[in-house]
Design a protein around this ligand. Structure first.
Ligand SMILES: Cc1cc2nc3c(=O)[nH]c(=O)nc-3n(C[C@H](O)[C@H](O)[C@H](O)COP(=O)(O)OP(=O)(O)OC[C@H]3O[C@@H](n4cnc5c(N)ncnc54)[C@H](O)[C@@H]3O)c2cc1C
Length: 470
């Protein structure tokens, strides 16, 4: 019997498991899906219970199954007949949908496929005699023929502060996605959100849904807010050939100048800029791959924040809430750099330097919440599993810290750049190679392809002796 261990039961781990259960070949297979918390099939994004946390991709494009593009839409319509392909529905529905898909796939799996979802925190993997020895924090060890790392998004990194002692304060929330993260935030005290993107918007809406009535401030270097999706009842009108032309520009500056010209031309024809950006989605990996490292670095340094807010947009209903907050002065957006945070018995005194002007401002708040988004530099992550794999030379991070280096069939590259037979990766760290690899439309394609690769590679090798988990 072959054993496949999938580590992480967020979207990617769940989607890989579903695909493996559906596609399994003739080989007797044991499939284990491990997650460090008890919440399966949700991960960071779809574990929220807050109703105002809606998907930032319309329901018609959120299928987990590339060969059944309406699968999520049908599920959502089963809950509310008014849902259309253009609706932005609650994120928790998507978690419920994943759970449902997994349960059905496990139920319908062939009798020679044994599936088990289990709670376990994987802290290390070693390769012994061509097999993965998956080590759990509990002391258990599972021997596997193939291991999929679907570790997902990690909590935001602390912002750079000269005195880091504040990060141990009870008035600082480092991980806004922890289930009880906002429990100690007093609704009658002002709050400072560090970051002004989609995570800030999530936390703002969450605080308001909990009755937070004091002012909320949001600070980031540029003070850029997420752009909104247009309502999608009308199909995109953009028919230009920008993607093809950009693919011939191995230079970030020239590519961005071309994009700006195209956006101006589209505006003059009343074509929505979002359709121009959306039209690049499929071509982005090829464009990214064609740029030398220095150009990718240049893009990240100068254009990344602008790209992020235009490319990763919020749902129209979230934008309406954001605009109302700003218009009523309940939310104030600040552009500048955080200098210091000092807490005392009643609150936090925060200093920040205004962008451009250089003026230093003081602000008094009750809590500071880190909303800078998933930790984005893999070189800085202190995750035990990643550290141990790096120490034993089983993975390598890309030079820009965007993710992990993988082969075209998702095998982890080791320190020498050699693809692993056992270890595979799928998830947002594919950004290193693909750049556009964070949302469900792309990740669902990757997970389906990875499952096919795993099944094909296992069918070529002989059966492996495995040790049952204790
Ligand atoms: C707040 C938020 C909202 C988003 N909203 C959308 C959206 O609306 N639409 C969209 O298309 N995309 C959205 N995204 C993008 C998102 O990255 C993907 O949609 C997708 O959820 C990523 O799934 P994942 O499985 O890679 O990661 P995750 O969902 O983060 O899951 C990884 C899982 O692995 C577990 N894990 C990690 N390490 C270990 C270990 N060592 N041992 C055991 N378990 C481990 C974690 O506990 C977690 O459950 C959102 C992202 C975030 C952060």
């Amino acid at each position: 019997m072959k054993t496949i261990v999938v580590i992480g039961a967020g979207f990617c781990g769940t989607a890989v498991a579903v695909q493996l259960l559906r596609q399994a070949g003739a080989e007797p297979t044991r499939l284990l899906l491990l997650n460090r918390s008890g919440l399966m099939a949700r991960g960071v994004a779809y574990g929220t219970r807050t109703e105002s946390h809606v998907l930032n991709v319309p329901a018609g494009r959120m299928s987990a199954l590339p060969d059944d593009p309406e699968s999520f839409l049908r599920y959502a319509q089963g809950r509310d007949v008014r849902v259309t392909g253009a609706s932005f529905v609650q994120r928790r529905w998507f978690g419920d949908y994943l759970e449902d898909l997994l349960a059905k796939a496990a139920h319908a799996a062939a009798p020679h496929v044994r599936f088990r979802a289990m709670v376990g925190d994987v802290i290390g993997i070693s390769i012994v005699d061509g097999k993965g020895q998956v080590e759990l924090a509990s002391g258990e060890c599972i021997v596997a023929d193939r291991v999929v790392l679907a570790l997902g998004n990690f909590a935001p990194a602390d912002p750079p502060l000269a005195d880091a002692s504040f990060f141990t304060s009870a008035r600082y929330v480092r991980d806004p996605w922890r289930p009880d993260a906002l429990r100690n935030v007093r609704p009658d005290q002002a709050v400072m959100l560090i970051g002004t993107g989609l995570t800030m918007l999530d936390v703002l809406l969450d605080l308001r849904s909990r009755g937070h009535h004091a002012p909320i401030y949001a600070l980031s270097r540029r003070g850029l807010l997420p752009q909104a999706h247009r309502t999608l009842e009308e199909p995109p009108r953009y028919r230009g050939q920008l993607a093809e032309r950009l693919a011939k520009k191995p230079n970030a500056r020239a590519a961005l100048a071309m994009l700006r010209r195209e956006l101006r031309a589209a505006a003059s024809q009343n074509i929505d800029w979002r359709d121009v950006i959306g039209g690049l989605r499929k071509a982005t990996p090829a464009i990214w791959a064609s740029w030398p490292e220095a150009e990718r670095r240049r893009f990240l340094r100068h254009a990344r924040p602008h790209w992020e807010i235009h490319r990763h947009r919020c749902a129209p209903q979230q934008n309406a809430a954001l605009c109302a907050e700003l218009a009523e002065g309940r939310l104030r957006v600040l552009a500048g750099r955080l200098l210091s945070c000092d807490d005392d018995i009643d609150g936090v005194t925060l200093h920040w330097r205004e962008r451009g002007a250089g003026t230093v401002h003081q602000q008094r708040v009750g809590s500071v919440i880190n909303c800078t988004g998933p930790a984005s530099d893999t070189r800085q992550l202190r995750e035990p599993l990643l550290l141990s794999l790096a120490a034993s030379g089983l993975l390598r991070r890309d030079a820009l810290g965007l993710g992990l280096e993988t082969s075209d069939d998702y095998a982890l590259l080791d320190r020498q750049g050699k693809p692993s037979i056992v270890l595979h990766y799928v998830g947002p760290f594919l950004k290193a190679q693909w750049w556009e690899a964070t949302a469900v439309p792309e990740l669902s394609e990757h997970t389906a392809r990875l499952a096919r690769e795993l099944i094909a590679s296992l069918s070529k090798t002989g059966a492996a002796p495995t040790r049952q988990p204790a």
